[in-house]
Write a protein that binds this ligand. Structure first.
Ligand code: IMP
Length: 191
């Protein structure tokens, strides 16, 4: 991956991605989600569970904007094969170590696409005794959503298109980009 100039497209594995949401706008979106969560979870000691790898950056930014008592944990799931579409199967490769009984869980995701991953996680945490489970996602593809409830908190709704950056990858590349980039797959009109 070439080093991106601000506002310039980036190439990853032969595909071109163009800037979509800049880092300043992302910061403001995360601050808005943090504000809503602080309102709701003050004095409830929420357990903020980061879904690795994609949500690592969003989660780190979000929790630092929440000056209330809270705890963090991490899970690792995989529903994508690393390419442009979901494999359809969720593989849970590392689970939370915190005792979940009676906890108010906030699942922190990078993106809710079909909803399959967070729907599965909601069920998993409730089965293990969580008192409540809500979802905070950096991005939400409303048009692609087909399973379970939408995220209670989403910093940005985006079209049903493939994106990278700010934690999201294409073939494990691009997670370190400080902005969100959109796959430039619109071919120029002929003629
Ligand atoms: P879902 O289970 O279909 O909602 O997909 C959720 C997971 O798919 C996310 O946590 C991402 O890892 C991955 N994903 C979905 N859309 C994209 C995208 O546009 N770019 C990169 N990863 C994506």
């Amino acid at each position: 991956m070439d080093e991106p100039a601000i506002g310039a497209p980036v190439m990853i594995d032969g595909l071109r991605f163009v800037p979509m949401i800049g880092s300043g706008e992302i910061s403001r979106g995360i601050a808005a989600v943090a504000g809503a969560l602080v309102e709701r979870y003050r004095d409830r000691n929420p357990l903020m569970i980061c879904v690795l790898n994609g949500a690592a950056i969003f989660h780190a930014d979000l929790i630092r904007l929440m000056p209330i008592a809270l705890e963090v944990d991490y899970v690792r799931v995989s529903s994508y094969d690393g390419g442009l579409s979901s494999s359809g199967t969720i593989i849970f490769t590392a689970s939370a170590s915190t005792q979940l009984t009676g906890r108010n869980v906030i699942v922190v995701e990078d993106i809710v696409d079909t909803g399959r991953t967070v729907d599965w996680l909601r069920g998993y945490f409730m089965e293990r005794g969580a008192a409540s489970v809500e979802v905070a996602s950096l991005l939400y593809k409303r048009e692609a959503h087909m399973m379970g409830n939408p995220p209670e908190y989403a910093a940005f709704e985006i079209p049903n298109r493939f994106v990278v950056g700010f934690g999201l990858d294409y073939r494990q590349q691009g997670r370190n980009l400080p902005a969100v980039y959109l796959l430039d797959d619109i071919l120029p009109a002929e003629g």
